[in-house]
Ligand binder design. Structure first.
Ligand SMILES: *[C@@H]1O[C@H](CO)[C@@H](O)[C@H](O)[C@H]1NC(C)=O
Length: 162
């Protein structure tokens, strides 16, 4: 299950990942959004696992991995048998893949005139060509609760700092 400790650990990983990638890589998905995506998809359980071919904390599929440029861990070639699962099971590589995926497929799915985290969640879960559909209930409910909680934490942080 999801825990605050889990979340903090993941945040550190993702921040370290942000610092490590080249500055010019486009990253449309915010860190909060990544955390809430993984919470809704896997409970941010970093145990390397594939469920119906979808692997890692973000449950990335082979097709998504190919579509997002076949990123690999530690400069490993992308033709190896394990390249996909190694990347999907690595939080940095998986997050970078999702970023590339949203650079490519990012769009306003829910018609609110913005392209934001709700759209990215829908694109990842339901696919770029079906992202206007309703999200499955469990996914949507965990995802939106997580986003709301993050928003409240940010507001509290701001009121402490001002
Ligand atoms: C994480 O996933 C693994 C593999 O599915 C499972 O065995 C383990 O209990 C999970 N851990 C938590 C904290 O849920």
């Amino acid at each position: 299950m999801f825990t605050t400790k889990n979340l903090m650990y993941l945040s550190v990983l993702l921040i370290a990942g942000v610092a490590a990638v080249k500055a010019e890589q486009k990253r449309p998905i915010t860190e909060t959004c990544l955390v809430c995506m993984c919470e809704a998809l896997s409970g941010c359980n970093a145990t390397a696992v594939c469920v119906n071919g979808a692997c890692g904390i973000f449950r990335i599929t082979w097709d998504q991995w190919v579509d997002s440029g076949r990123l690999t861990v530690n400069g490993e070639p992308s033709q190896l048998e394990n390249s996909f699962t190694n990347c999907a099971n690595d939080p940095h590589c998986a997050a970078d893949s999702l970023q590339n995926y949203m650079v490519k497929y990012g769009q306003d799915c829910n018609g609110d005139q913005q392209e934001n985290c709700l759209d990215y969640g829908a694109i990842h879960y339901m696919g770029p060509f079906n992202c206007q559909a309703d999200m499955p209930y469990t996914f949507e409910s965990i995802f939106k609760k997580c986003l709301k909680r993050a928003e409240m934490q940010q507001q509290q942080q701001q009121s402490i700092n001002t």
